[in-house]
Write a protein that binds this ligand. Structure first.
Ligand SMILES: Cc1cc2nc3c(=O)[nH]c(=O)nc-3n(C[C@H](O)[C@H](O)[C@H](O)COP(=O)(O)OP(=O)(O)OC[C@H]3O[C@@H](n4cnc5c(N)ncnc54)[C@H](O)[C@@H]3O)c2cc1C
Length: 394
């Protein structure tokens, strides 16, 4: 069978779902294509998801406008009131809501909570068809793009949106080149209960040999760990009992959390870390968004936020187009690519630069990075500019 829709989105991660919602709510007909998945094991609703995101104000504003923010289970969302960043010597940088003049620096949200809210909103979206199948071929011409699916169906659209993650199939079909660098690190994630209240503080330690350790607040006396550890250390962390990992965290300098204990379910997960730059965000009748368009180190907690920024920009470019242009018109896509260029480049440079700066064992740089943290900490104006950027409030 052949179906038609204005826009076909390939990939139903959080970014693909948000884009599908935005376009459908704007009155366009949308097909959301998700890869068939095997049945997921049941999880207890009381357990805490080890995949959490620090979502900033860009994400908050987009999700609010899509009526998704209101559908989140707010009892499981932790606003971040302070961030304490520690170097590998005496360097320290702190941010807080008071000096940033905001109600929350970011919000820590479980993947499960975010996806449940997106799914709930998708149920009410007009003009939206979800299809579970694998795309096999992508053909485009001046007028339209066609996706051939493995169930024999064809979808014809004015615009194909590649939201299919870091290994994007859509990107590969368009021959869009990439630059790829493995960080030779894995992010080890797990959740812990802490002895003392965290008071909404997120902690981050930049170490010279053990990678970057972040403890993010969850509601109650709970913290979520993202430890970007060199491969060998990641292997060790994953294979030792979580109580050992908890002891390592309890011993980290300068936190007020007391002793940490593993939360149920007692499992750690790990994700390989890389930097991926695409040579273009667009191709004829195709736009890339989310991790299909860029992958950054999670040290700043910004991959998903960048993806939500892509969704906002693509929505703007498409919905504000001139009446004589269709939604996959090359001018419309060109505007989208231009809108995103600076943000993506800045985030890639900042995260990659910080990772390199703290990974180096070159002594003068070790001194400079710690002095740098302390210096920035003393200048409220610079701090405010930095924190505004991180919150997406430039
Ligand atoms: C440890 C860690 C911590 C992080 N913390 C943060 C954070 O605090 N804040 C933040 O903003 N970001 C964070 N990120 C980044 C964030 O996780 C990603 O940027 C985000 O999940 C990307 O979402 P996506 O929807 O673009 O891609 P994905 O989540 O990868 O979704 C892609 C979807 O496409 C589907 N798919 C793939 N191929 C096909 C196909 N051929 N056909 C159909 N469907 C297909 C997949 O099944 C999947 O559902 C973190 C990342 C890591 C690894």
């Amino acid at each position: 069978m052949q179906f038609q829709s204005d826009i076909c989105i390939v990939g139903s991660g959080a970014i693909g779902k948000a884009a599908a919602l935005g376009f459908a709510q704007a009155g366009l007909s949308v097909t959301l294509l998700s890869a068939p998945v095997s049945a997921q094991p049941d999880v207890s609703p009381a357990s805490w998801d080890v995949r959490v995101y620090a979502l900033n104000h860009v994400a908050h504003d987009l999700l609010s406008s899509l009526k998704v923010w209101g559908a989140l289970d707010m009892s499981r969302v932790a606003p971040v009131d302070a961030m304490i960043v520690k170097g590998d010597d005496a360097g320290e940088l702190t941010f807080d809501t008071y000096s940033a003049r905001t109600d929350a620096l970011t919000w820590i949200i479980e993947d499960r909570n975010l996806n449940a809210a997106l799914d709930a909103a998708l149920k009410f979206a007009p003009n939206l068809r979800t299809v579970s199948a694998r795309a096999m071929q992508l053909h485009g011409d001046l007028q339209t793009a066609r996706l051939q699916l493995d169930n024999g169906d064809t979808i014809e659209s004015k615009l194909i949106v590649g939201a299919d993650g870091a290994q994007s199939w859509v990107r590969a079909q368009c021959d869009i080149g990439i630059d790829y660098r493995s960080y030779a690190q894995r992010a080890v994630v797990a959740n812990f209960a802490c002895e003392h209240p965290h008071r909404g503080a997120a902690y981050q330690w930049f170490t010279s040999t053990d990678g970057i350790i972040a403890l993010l607040p969850l509601p109650g006396n709970r913290m979520s760990l993202v430890w970007s550890a060199p491969e060998m250390l990641a292997e060790t962390l994953l294979h030792e009992p979580l109580s050992h990992l908890a002891q390592r965290l309890s011993a980290l300098p300068g936190h007020a959390l007391g002793k940490l204990h593993p939360l149920q379910p007692e499992v750690a997960k790990a994700f390989p870390l890389s930097l991926l730059r695409t040579h273009s965000l667009i191709a004829p009748r195709v736009a890339l968004i989310g991790d299909a368009a860029h992958v950054v180190h999670p040290l700043a907690g910004h991959g998903m936020n960048l993806g939500f920024g892509d969704v906002s920009a693509l929505l703007k470019a498409v919905t504000e187009r001139e009446a004589h242009r269709d939604c996959g018109d090359e001018r419309v896509l060109g505007r989208y690519a231009r809108m995103r260029k600076e943000d993506i480049l800045l985030m890639q440079l900042a995260t990659d630069g910080l990772e390199r700066l703290f990974a180096t064992k070159f002594e003068p740089l070790r001194v400079v990075r710690n002095v740098g943290l302390n210096l920035v900490n003393k200048f409220p104006l610079i701090k405010r500019a930095l924190v505004s950027h991180a919150m997406g409030k430039r």
